[in-house]
Write a protein that binds this ligand. Sequence first.
Ligand code: UGA
Length: 416
Amino acid sequence: MKVSIVGSGYVGIVTGIGFAELGHEVSFIEVDKDKVNRINSLQPPIFEKGLEKLMKKNEGRFRATTEYRVLEESEVIFICVGTPSKNDGSIDLNFIKEAAKEVGKFLEDQIVVVKSTVLPDTTENILKPILEKESGRVAFEEFGLAYNPEFLREGSAVYDFFNPDRIVIGTNDLMSKNILEELYSQFDCPKLFTNIKTAEMIKYASNAFLATKISFANEIGNICKILGIDSYEVFRGVGLDHRINPSFFRAGIGFGGSCFPKDLKALIKKAEELGINPKILKAVMNVNERQPMKLIELLKKHIPELNGKKIGVLGLSFKPDTDDVRDSRAIPIVEEILKEGGKVIAYDPKAVDNFRRIFPQITYADKAEDVLESDAVLILTEWDEFEKLNYKGKLVIDGRRVEKAKEAAVYEGVCW
Ligand code: UGA
């Protein structure tokens, strides 16, 4: 099938290259010329495990361009542009509206599939009118329109593309349903067909539930810490109940990234607009904002006065295997240390360049070992290589549970 992908962030690029691997002919439409050049020279526009290899393997099956005109040759058009937060937490639809406008100009009878995370009713009430106006055609009759959420995790997005737990397809027209059924026919997982706004809500409810699980683990973990209980052992016991499941109970300094904080804020805002006070969602965010400060409290238990002290930071990305620092828990932690007059020396295998844009004033080490020569070492991301360091004789405050660090002279885990 001829598939176009509008926007080549991690969702767009992984989805597109994934479809290329499955034998489809893929075009990426991307406004950033630099990204276009990178894709055409088989270089991933972002760091994502396994992606470069897959791009090289599928050379010739995909191309990137800044020209929306290629959509004329497509059968299916995926919109994968970002939907970031505005300052008030509500969702910023400018990129996706702009994309819909451009897509509309080249619409005939293709299927437009929205993959970007958008609140219920956005596809039908906001994007559909734009597509119809620009194309002069009627959605669900003259062109197809669908919502197909992504459940890819950064860092394992390639694996997740090929091994989904489920595929959710929201359609209101048979043409879209049939084409998407065919496009996803090689996947052997449950496929759920719903209407468009239900599919939009499934995406938010999934992320909100996962974030809730993490904040719940952190809340229990904070209680465990005071009682001298290892919350990881507690959640091993809890997770064995098949109704609960053991995933996403890793307590520590909370969740970051481009999805959970943004999606929760957007859902909270939407609920409030609807006259609902979303108490659980707000509590999930509150716990998450407090959690990095738990690590600072533990640090100050050992070094009450941070002024002039050298604090080593291991890990800057919001999670391992990515260079993404969006809403990374390292941001409020480094901010607080600097505010209290501490000096920060930090190391991350991939995220230094991105972090440097936010904090140009701190020192960045070329290797993890250099960070260990500090008054205290903070572990903020559980990169594999941190399991191989020699922590003997050090003061370590661990926000992510790196087992090897327990050999430190003084070791404190945030929730254990
Ligand atoms: C998340 C979801 O897991 C994906 O299913 C979804 O598609 C994606 O958002 C999205 O909406 O695009 P992602 O943000 O890439 O994926 O990363 P996660 O692995 O979910 O981790 C998010 C944050 O939660 C990280 O900071 C991680 O360290 C933290 N986390 C995760 C915990 O603190 N504890 C856990 O048990 C799990």
